[in-house]
Design a protein around this ligand. Structure first.
Ligand SMILES: [Zn+2]
Length: 110
């Protein structure tokens, strides 16, 4: 389950940020995950519950929001859909411009 190593990275970043801000505990972690990030949110939540108790984020609330897929024509910037592979205006192939993200969007530190 690669969500364990992803969560380890997230907790490392949280610990570094908390140390830099001279905080003593973390109260909330916000993540934004693309629909196509290749991460199962349930597994990531499970990894957080399993791993966070031994860290500075032991009391933190984990909030995960999903970033929807978004396609766009690389030539004329017309928005596309997953069903449509080619732009009807200029026949370019749509590109996925959003949906593969895996980001920490906020960390609340006290
Ligand atoms: Zn186009």
């Amino acid at each position: 389950m690669h969500e364990m190593s992803i969560m380890q990275n997230i907790l490392d970043i949280v610990a570094e940020t908390t140390a830099r801000e001279q905080g003593t505990r973390v109260t909330r972690i916000d993540l934004a995950i693309g629909e196509r990030a290749g991460v199962m949110i349930d597994a990531l939540t499970f990894a957080f519950e399993a791993m966070s108790p031994r860290t500075i984020a032991a009391e933190a609330e984990l909030i995960i929001s999903e970033i929807p897929l978004r396609y766009q024509c690389p030539t004329c910037a017309r928005p596309g859909t997953e069903q449509l592979s080619q732009c009807p205006a200029c026949a370019s192939f749509y590109e996925m411009v959003q949906g593969r993200e895996l980001q920490i969007t906020a960390i609340e530190i006290e």
